[in-house]
Write a protein of this length. Structure first.
Length: 154
């Protein structure tokens, strides 16, 4: 028995604004700009290429060409398509990357701290609250570190 496969068409699954926004956000995070342009093309197909082209002030054929693989559309074109889709492009800071050295120094800090409220699970590289067992996020660590320092001074 021969197995047959159909080609995957993402446009079939882009049926609401939340899914579309998440799809485009994930594509925008890729270092390859062709991924975002291809995703924008998928969204335009899902919403109707002719309607999006008209609302963006472009010809349907021009829109297909601008959103095809290997195309390098201008920012003006991408912005017009996003506006026609009811979306906007926003720029946010990249999440801060923690270096191994700073993580080690934080672990060192917790080891040296006479503290009851935090358990270190070094096998997993996590800190957890001793009372509720919730994981302490990296963003909360600086606050926690300053609170511990303040408690030491008392």
């Amino acid at each position: 028995m021969k197995t047959t496969y159909t080609t995957f068409d993402a446009a079939k699954y882009l049926d609401n604004d939340a899914v579309i926004a998440e799809y485009l956000s994930a594509a925008a995070e890729d270092a390859n700009p062709d991924v975002f342009i291809g995703a924008l093309g998928d969204v335009a197909k899902a919403r109707g290429m002719a309607q999006i082209a008209e609302e963006a002030g472009l010809g349907r054929e021009s829109l297909y060409k601008a959103l095809s693989t290997g195309a390098h559309p201008r920012l003006e074109t991408v912005s017009a398509v996003l506006r026609a889709l009811g979306l906007k492009l926003s720029i946010v800071p990249k999440p801060r990357q923690f270096k191994t050295d700073s993580s080690k120094s934080l672990v060192q800090f917790f080891r040296e701290s006479p503290m009851v409220g935090v358990d270190l699970d070094l096998s997993r590289g996590e800190e957890r609250c001793a009372s509720c067992r919730k994981k302490i996020s990296r963003s909360a660590r600086p606050k926690l570190k300053s609170r511990i320092s303040a408690a030491r001074r008392k």
